[in-house]
Design a protein around this ligand. Structure first.
Ligand code: XIL
Length: 368
C-alpha cells in the first residue's frame, strides 16, 4: 500500500520524526516522556488542572490520577449559585467545602467557579433578578460566595459567560434579567469580589472565542470591549479564562487565535484555558481514528495558544470520557464522545500525548 502524504506524517509523527523529515514548521518533537502532565507543564511555567465532582473523592483511582497529574482543580457544579443557595439567605456549602478541604490537604490550587453565571441560578433568584433589586441580589451572591472562601481559593471566575453576539454585533447577555444590559454590573461584581477576598485572582470566563467564524469574531470583539470597559471603571480584573471547548469539525485559524490572545494580554491580564475538551461528534470513524483526530486538533490549538506567554495553563473539564458534560448535553446522536485525555479505564489517550507534547513545545514563561 502506498501511503498518502498525510498518513505518512501521522504514522511517522508517532515516532517523533515528522518535523525533521518533512521540514514542517514549529519545534521538532522529541518523544513524549511518561511524566505527569503537571510536570511537562511546570517546566515551561505552565500549569495543568482538571475539573472534579464531589463523587470523585470516593474513587481512590481517580483521586490518585488527579493528584499525580494535576496541580489545580475546579468543581463542576458544587460552587454554582443553584447548588449553594437553594433558599434565599441560607447557603449550604457542604459539598463545596469538601472539595476545598481536599484541595488544602493535598496542596492543589482551587479555581472558584463561578460567582455569577446565567445558568444554574436558584428559582427565587431568577425571579428576584427580574425585579428592581437585581443588582443587589447579584452582588450579594458574589460577595457571600467569594467571602466564604476568603484565602482558600486561588482564583475566581467572578462572572461567567456574560457576552452574547450575532454575526454582526455583540452585546451583554440579557438572561436572566430580561432587559437590555450594559457591562457596568460586571465591573461592580469585580469590585465586590475584591472586597470579599483581597488575595484571590479575579477572572472573567467565557466560551466561543476560539474559532474563525463571523459570530466568534463578534464575541472576541465583545471580550476586548468588556476588558476596556472594566479598566475604565477601575475594576480589579486579573485574568481571562478561555473555556476552550473545542470541536474537530470547527474552523480553526492559528493566526487569528494568536492575535486575539495578544490583544487580551496587551490589556494586562493573564489567560488560562479553563474548560478544555475536544468534541468529535461529526467524526463517525473508528475510535482509534477519532482519538487521533481529537489529539491532532488539540495540538494545533494548544501550540497557537501557548505561543502567547500570558497564557499560564490549561484545565480540562473532566478526567475520563464517560463523565464529560458533552455526553450529558446529548449532542451526539448516539455516538459517544471521547473528549478528554483519559478513557473510561483511566488509560492515557492520544489527547494526553498531544497535551504533553504541546507543553514540551511551549516557550518558557513566568508562572501565573
Ligand atoms: C456544565 C457542567 O459540566 C454540567 O454538569 C452542568 O449540568 C452544566 O454546566 N461552561 C461552563 C461550565 O462554564 O460551568 C459548564 O459546566 C460547561 C459550559
Amino acid at each position: 500500500m502506498i501511503l498518502g502524504r498525510r498518513e505518512a506524517i501521522v504514522g511517522i509523527g508517532g515516532l517523533g520524526l515528522a518535523a525533521s523529515v518533512f521540514g514542517m514548521t514549529g519545534p521538532a518533537d522529541t518523544p513524549v516522556t511518561p511524566e505527569p502532565l503537571k510536570v511537562h507543564a511546570a517546566r515551561r511555567g505552565l500549569n495543568f488542572g482538571a475539573m472534579i465532582r464531589t463523587a470523585y473523592l470516593q474513587e481512590p483511582a481517580l483521586v490518585k490520577l488527579l493528584l499525580d497529574e494535576a496541580d489545580m482543580t475546579v468543581a463542576e457544579v458544587e460552587m454554582k449559585w443553584g447548588a449553594i443557595e437553594r433558599t434565599r439567605g441560607n447557603p449550604y456549602y457542604g459539598e463545596a467545602d469538601q472539595i476545598a478541604r481536599f484541595c488544602k490537604k493535598n496542596s492543589l490550587r482551587l479555581r472558584g467557579h463561578a460567582g455569577f453565571w446565567y445558568r444554574n441560578i436558584p428559582q427565587w433568584a431568577e425571579l428576584a433578578m427580574k425585579g428592581p433589586d437585581w443588582r443587589k441580589v447579584l452582588l450579594a451572591r458574589v460577595s457571600s460566595m467569594i467571602g466564604h472562601y476568603r484565602g482558600r481559593v486561588s482564583e475566581w471566575d467572578v462572572v461567567n459567560e456574560a457576552i452574547d453576539a450575532t454575526d454582526s454585533s455583540f452585546f451583554p447577555r440579557q438572561v436572566p434579567f430580561g432587559r437590555p444590559m450594559d457591562f457596568g454590573y460586571i465591573a461592580d461584581a469585580f469590585h465586590a469580589a475584591r472586597e470579599a477576598d483581597p488575595s484571590t485572582l479575579l477572572f472573567y470566563n467565557d466560551f466561543g472565542m476560539e474559532y474563525d467564524t463571523p459570530l466568534e469574531d463578534q464575541r472576541r470583539a465583545g471580550l476586548l470591549a468588556l476588558l476596556d470597559e472594566l479598566r475604565r471603571r477601575n475594576a480589579p480584573i486579573q485574568g481571562f479564562g478561555l473555556q476552550a471547548h473545542l470541536g474537530v469539525h470547527r474552523n480553526f485559524n492559528a493566526k487569528k487565535l494568536r492575535a486575539f490572545l495578544g490583544e487580551v494580554a496587551a490589556r494586562g491580564v493573564i489567560i488560562r484555558l479553563t474548560e478544555f475538551d475536544v468534541m468529535d461528534r461529526y467524526a463517525a470513524a473508528p475510535p482509534g481514528a477519532r482519538d487521533q483526530a481529537v489529539a491532532d486538533h488539540a495540538r494545533r490549538f494548544l501550540d497557537a495558544a501557548f505561543d502567547e506567554p500570558q497564557v499560564k495553563g490549561l484545565v480540562c473539564w473532566g478526567i475520563r470520557d464517560r463523565d464529560s458534560w458533552v455526553l450529558q448535553e446529548k449532542w451526539t446522536r448516539g455516538l459517544l464522545e471521547r473528549p478528554l485525555p483519559w478513557d473510561d479505564q483511566l488509560r492515557r489517550k492520544p489527547l494526553w500525548t498531544a497535551i504533553a507534547a504541546a507543553f514540551d513545545a511551549a516557550p518558557v514563561r513566568q508562572p501565573g
